[in-house]
Design a protein around this ligand. Structure first.
Ligand SMILES: [Zn+2]
Length: 457
């Protein structure tokens, strides 16, 4: 009797375990099947990894970026367009984590839960997808970046549509290089640097310090400083590229006086600097179109006074993503509140996004002052026609030193004042060294192309 009881108990236990396991796997299947099917380890997939019947992907003008013909994935017939759009469209694999062919593979392939991959071919037609990017700007940006590694992002700060987003190094998705994993030319080629890489922002970060100072430092607009090119901040010196002479905050931004902004960061203190940086997107990630960007970083908890000073000019340990930089410029152009960027227009003919406001980054009067200061920076320091012959651009550059032998990343961010070209942008050129002579001309090529397309004369 005792033996039977213990056997029944064992059977009961095993039955319970069986149903628990069954429930667990069923729930998992329902929740994750559409992701599993796109896993590269799925042996049921062919060399086109489940894209045999995937829908077409178009740019904003109906240019076909990718389509499936005879069970093969075929990309745009122009290699330059294929390379320029790689990080948004993706390739046959799912290596590019933020590309639409990775994130939206089940929508593109119209994965069917009941039939799995066993749906008859005739029913397998996938959903089409339209993106907001313009291949003409993509091409211009790819050519502008040339052999440099870096990223450029341009978006409409009124609607949120990303018109152009290019990351280099890139490769041809139609003919993936065999040595992609070993050749250093392709280092980080799977990464969309506009969204997933962060760099020391250098002087572009002065916009954050200026926003905090304009709000928090009494009499800041009437304060001046006589810059001799080097001065103590804490127990060590902060240096400028040259002696800037007597500068107020507007002139200090235009001439990019490090000492002026380093002293402001110290006057503001760690808490206020951190609070304003966080309001402007640091220490958190952006999410849109099913992707999450890398985080920009501002952490001065361990900084001494000199380091706090350097943090105010975007050095020390400060890191920023190009997308965050573009969103800050969009906020300044928009009276303090950014419109959130996105790059998917429609899936299966249905509108995927609508114009969405992000959290306010600064009060309107502060945004308006920064707007005017960035306008003056271009007017007095770079030259309006040097930045664009065709558009009225407000901007700020940054050259962020990243090694002791003086190598630096070159940044430029800003926005166009033109009503018919409301574009905010950020560009970073790895080891570009010179923001003025390297980064600005790259941005100009894209902006002038945008003017040719969108400007109403
Ligand atoms: Zn200076």
């Amino acid at each position: 009797m005792r033996k039977i009881n213990s056997r029944s108990f064992m059977i009961l236990l095993m039955t319970l375990a069986f149903f628990a396991g069954l429930t667990y796997h069923t729930v998992n299947l329902v929740l994750h099947a559409s992701q599993w099917v796109a896993e590269p380890t799925n042996s049921h997939l062919t060399d086109v990894d489940g894209l045999e019947f995937a829908g077409k992907i178009f740019d904003r003008n109906g240019v076909v970026l990718a389509q499936s013909i005879d069970k093969q994935r075929v990309y745009n017939d122009d290699e330059e367009i294929r390379r320029a759009c790689l990080h948004i469209v993706g390739d046959n694999s799912v290596n590019i984590a933020t590309a639409v062919q990775t994130v939206y593979r089940s929508e593109l392939t119209k994965y069917n839960f009941t039939f799995g991959l066993g749906l008859p071919d005739i029913l397998k037609k996938g959903n089409n997808m339209t993106l907001t990017i313009d291949t003409r700007l993509q091409r211009a940006a790819l050519r502008a970046l040339g052999d440099y590694k870096g990223a450029m992002l341009f978006y409409n700060y009124k609607t949120g549509e990303i018109l152009c987003m290019v990351s280099t190094p890139t490769y041809d998705p139609q003919d993936v290089p065999e040595d992609i994993e070993t050749n250093e030319l392709y280092d980080g080629a799977y990464l969309n640097r506009a969204l997933s890489a962060s760099y020391p922002p250098g002087s572009t970060f002065k916009l954050v310090t200026a926003a905090a100072a304009l709000k928090e430092v009494p009499g800041i607009e009437n304060s001046t400083y006589d810059c001799h090119g080097a001065d103590y901040v804490g127990d060590k010196q902060v240096t400028c590229y040259e002696a800037n002479g007597i500068v107020d905050i507007k002139e200090a931004l235009a001439q990019s006086c490090n000492i002026f902004f380093a002293k402001l960061a110290v006057a503001l203190g760690k808490d206020k600097m951190t609070s304003y940086a966080e309001q402007m997107g640091f220490n958190s990630r952006w999410s849109f179109d099913g992707i999450t960007t890398s985080s920009s970083r501002y952490d001065v908890t361990q900084a001494d006074e000199n380091e706090l000073g350097w943090s105010g000019v975007g050095q020390y340990t400060v890191l920023e993503t190009p997308v965050n930089m573009a969103i800050i410029s969009a906020a300044i152009a928009n009276g303090g509140t950014p419109v959130m960027p996105y790059f998917i227009s429609t899936i299966d003919g249905k509108q995927k996004n609508k114009t969405t406001l992000g959290n306010r980054m600064m009060e309107k009067d502060i945004a308006d002052k920064l707007y005017e200061m960035m306008d003056y920076t271009v007017y007095s320091n770079y030259g309006k026609s040097y930045v664009s012959e065709k558009l009225d651009v407000c901007a700020k550059t940054g050259t962020a030193e990243v090694s002791s032998d003086g190598l630096a990343h070159a940044w430029v961010t800003g926005f166009c004042k033109d009503e018919d070209c409301p574009i905010a942008f950020a560009a970073v050129v790895e080891y570009g060294n010179y923001a003025y002579s390297v980064a600005i001309p790259m941005v100009r090529q894209v902006l002038d192309t945008a003017a040719d397309i969108y400007k109403k004369y």
